[in-house]
Design a protein around this ligand. Structure first.
Ligand code: HEC
Ligand code: HEC
Length: 195
């Protein structure tokens, strides 16, 4: 289905419309069609149009699915993402998560942290153990997100949201962020952005 050229899909839709409509079910829409709207913010080439918007190209599949599910449930609140996710079925979310996880992670071209900042970040990591979950090089796996190369602005925002519990979909992450010193989190953010 996904391999068919575009005109195939259009002709089916055109036929359905021409012959009274209601023939093609909503699920006839391909993943490629469903994700077109995402590019408006998450970027045509995987680089988000605004630095407070997260990178979803190349992100872990399980993590992407959990976020869409949490937006739909309202456990994670966002005025844009909640209405979008509320229109998705579980199968839509799984397919969309798979689609984006297979894209290459974009290089946002952020500068590497200075040696001093990197050392502080690595010290904080050894005491908190971020890489115990986010794994080697902060690449993530399954439902644990990749953090390496994420925009500094988004990391800053979402860490602040965990701390204020404005992002309430994972209370364990909120507890952990509240238990970590703000200066250490700032160093980790700069370090991660530049990876
Ligand atoms: C109008 C802008 C906009 C559009 C369109 C949009 N998003 Fe988002 N998306 C955002 C913003 C902003 C956030 C960050 C929300 C926050 O700060 O908690 C986000 C967050 C996400 C996240 C969580 C990522 C993470 O690292 O936690 C996923 C997954 C996601 N969007 C998927 C999608 C998909 C799939 C589509 C298309 C169906 C889409 N988005 C369309 C703006 C948008
Ligand atoms: C016990 C395991 C664990 C530890 C330790 C941990 N994390 Fe996480 N982290 C997670 C999980 C799981 C998520 C996904 C939460 C969700 O589903 O919303 C996450 C999410 C995040 C996010 C959100 C990413 C995004 O795209 O929105 C950031 C940022 C983050 N962690 C930073 C850190 C930092 C920095 C540390 C160390 C100070 C750390 N984490 C330690 C498990 C962990």
């Amino acid at each position: 289905m996904y391999g068919k050229p575009h005109w195939c899909v259009f002709s089916v839709v055109a036929l359905a419309t021409a012959f009274g409509g209601g023939v093609a079910p909503a699920s006839a829409e391909t993943v490629e069609e469903r994700v077109q709207v995402c590019a408006g913010c998450h970027g045509e080439n995987g680089k988000p149009v605004d630095r407070t918007i997260p990178t979803i190209w190349g992100q872990q599949q399980g993590y992407l699915y959990i976020q869409l599910r949490d937006f739909k449930r309202g456990d994670r609140q966002n005025d844009v993402m909640q209405p979008l996710a509320s229109m998705m079925t579980r199968d839509d979310m799984l397919a969309i998560a798979e689609y984006f996880s297979k894209k290459p992670w974009p290089d946002l071209g952020q500068p590497a942290a200075s040696k001093e900042v990197a050392n502080r970040a690595l010290r904080a990591n050894s005491s908190v153990g971020c890489t115990g979950c986010h794994l080697d090089q902060f690449q993530g796996d399954g439902t644990v997100p990749r953090l390496a190369g994420m925009s500094r602005e988004y990391l800053t925002k979402t860490i602040a949201d965990f701390r204020s519990r404005a992002r309430g979909n994972n209370p364990g992450m909120s507890d952990l962020m509240l238990a970590t010193a703000p200066d250490d989190l700032a160093a980790l953010t700069e370090y991660l952005a530049g990876r």
